[in-house]
Design a protein around this ligand. Structure first.
Ligand SMILES: C[S@@+](CC[C@H](N)C(=O)[O-])C[C@H]1O[C@@H](n2cnc3c(N)ncnc32)[C@H](O)[C@@H]1O
Length: 253
């Protein structure tokens, strides 16, 4: 059965693609890609005969007929998004409309920007006794963020907070976060993580906006705000000697 493959390209570096994503790209007849965010190095993997269509200047009304037309020609289509398609990728609106015309899709996951950033930092975002929750959100920009998800309330949890699409609003973001996180809370600012020009720095929350402005960050920037970014030697129960579980008996009395 033919279907359209919606594929996560990961954060940028081609060797961070999943094997399944690489396989779909290498066998595509048509590749419709988010050219403002996906690395051109990944596009080089398509076969010579592949039709390549960038989407940065297209609307959904332009993209859908392309997908439907090429699908009806029996082509193998890859719709390539950056990171993981489940996050800020306009996935749902495409799948609903394709299903309306009886076109099936598969979704191939990708590594999201927050995961690649944590890896670059060699950081664990869930440290026992310190923080066990990760929130993924964004600044309230132009795209319908529900009011009850406002940053002030999210910050009240003190969790590891991963902020996408927020560099343009960094001053108001910092102001909101400072209402709950201490001013010295570490914030990792990551620009084009895993690209050749990656820039990544940890600063105190109170310097988040100042540093972003100084670096002139507007696009492709992620913020990880987390008490976990201060290295911690706190122990998990998982590997504790006095803790038993299905695969290991506890030592001692
Ligand atoms: C439209 S959203 C898509 C997110 C993507 N689906 C993901 O899972 O990473 C684009 C935003 O993701 C973040 N982003 C994506 N790739 C990034 C990278 N390599 N480095 C830093 N931030 C990145 C930035 O906040 C950027 O503005």
């Amino acid at each position: 059965m033919n279907r359209i493959s919606i594929v996560g390209a990961g954060p940028g570096a081609p060797d961070l693609l999943t094997i399944r994503a690489q396989n779909r790209i290498q066998n595509a007849d048509v590749l419709i890609w988010a050219d403002s965010l996906v690395s051109p190095e990944i596009i080089e993997m398509v076969p010579k005969s592949c039709e390549i269509i960038p989407t940065s200047s297209l609307t959904l009304e332009k993209i859908l007929p392309l997908l439907i037309d090429r699908f009806n020609q029996g082509k193998k289509i890859v719709r390539l998004h950056d990171g993981d398609p489940c996050l800020y990728g306009a996935l749902s609106e495409q799948i609903c409309r394709l299903n309306d015309v009886d076109i099936e899709v598969e979704v191939v996951p990708g590594l999201s920007a927050y995961q690649a950033t944590a890896a670059s930092l060699k950081a664990e975002l869930t440290i026992p006794g310190l923080v066990q929750t990760i929130i993924i959100s964004r600044a309230s920009g132009r795209t319908g963020k529900p009011y009850k998800e406002n940053l002030r309330d999210l910050a009240a949890l003190g969790a590891s907070l991963c902020l996408y699409l927020s560099a343009r609003h960094v001053e108001e973001v910092q102001e909101e976060l400072l209402k709950h996180y201490p001013a010295e809370t570490p914030v990792a600012i990551g620009y084009r993580i895993s690209w050749p020009d990656e820039w990544l720095e940890i600063v105190p929350l109170q310097d988040m906006a100042k540093t972003s402005k100084k670096q002139k960050l507007i696009r492709t920037t992620i913020y990880l705000v987390s008490p976990a970014l201060k290295r911690s030697r706190k122990r998990s129960r998982l590997y504790a000697e006095d803790h038993s579980h299905l695969f290991r008996q506890r030592k001692g009395p």
